[in-house]
Design a protein around this ligand. Structure first.
Ligand code: ZN
Length: 240
């Protein structure tokens, strides 16, 4: 008997599996980071799904490279009218040119970028990234403190960084956690899911059945949070 859901790691790639009443197996690679999801007939088990994924590994890798190239191309111009996500909310950017240093603020529905007229697009992007990093830096400590208490563990060190294919990671030896800078664009529920997921690796190295059970106990709605994290749009249209 197979379980309804599984989270496998195949050659280093995380794979979400949903068993359904269907005839054929479907593999999808989803933006923005190339998350792999499999819909599998209920008659298959985890090992058979693993094999199917391995057989399609080169296709999966090609799709992931395409997505990553697309996300590089959709780099923002940092002009008024663009939309940028902040904590899961799409905000319209307003650029206000003024002398002095670059600064970013939320003003009502808008994200306002104050920049000197000489500031380059790259400098504006760097300013926004710095601001996203600050958002995460402010949000993470409370979450970690809460989950340190709940799980009775200590997180000695955590770092925010840009990662291409992972939302977070955990070094089990040093207990160091990493969080993807992009999490500042997602709903706060997604950040909490990643915090709990990475801390759960303290107890279980890989995405085994035991790992899933721990997640079910600690954060019963983790699947919908994970889906929310991975289904957000890759490209954000410019509002006119
Ligand atoms: Zn993991």
């Amino acid at each position: 008997m197979s379980t309804a859901n599984a989270y496998l790691t195949v050659r280093g790639i995380g794979v979400d599996v949903v068993y359904k009443d269907i005839k054929n197996l479907h593999i999808g690679v989803y933006p923005p980071i190339g998350r792999v999801r499999v819909a599998a007939p209920e008659r298959l088990d985890d090992d058979q799904v693993r094999l199917a994924v391995i057989q399609r590994l080169s296709w999966i890798k090609r799709q992931r490279e395409k997505l990553q190239a697309a996300s590089r191309q959709s780099e923002r111009e940092m002009i008024t009218g663009e939309s940028h996500y902040v904590w899961g909310i799409r905000r319209r950017l307003k650029v206000v040119e003024r002398p002095g240093r670059t600064n970013i603020e939320i003003d009502g529905e808008r994200l306002v970028l104050y920049a000197s007229p000489e500031a380059t697009t790259e400098e504006r992007r760097v300013a926004l990234d710095r601001w996203y990093r600050e958002q995460l830096r402010q949000a993470i400590p409370a979450l970690i403190a809460e989950w340190e208490t709940k799980l009775d563990v200590t997180v000695p060190k955590w770092t925010i960084r840009r990662m291409k294919t992972k939302w977070g990671s955990c070094n089990r030896e040093t207990r160091h956690l990493w969080f993807n800078l992009e999490l500042a664009k997602k709903h706060p529920n997604c950040l909490e899911y990643i915090v709990v997921h990475e801390m759960t690796h303290y107890f279980e190295r890989s995405h085994t059945e035991r790992f899933t059970k721990l997640m079910d106990k600690q954060l019963p709605d983790w699947r919908s949070r994970r889906d929310q994290l991975n289904e957000a749009p890759l490209t954000e249209e410019v509002w006119r």
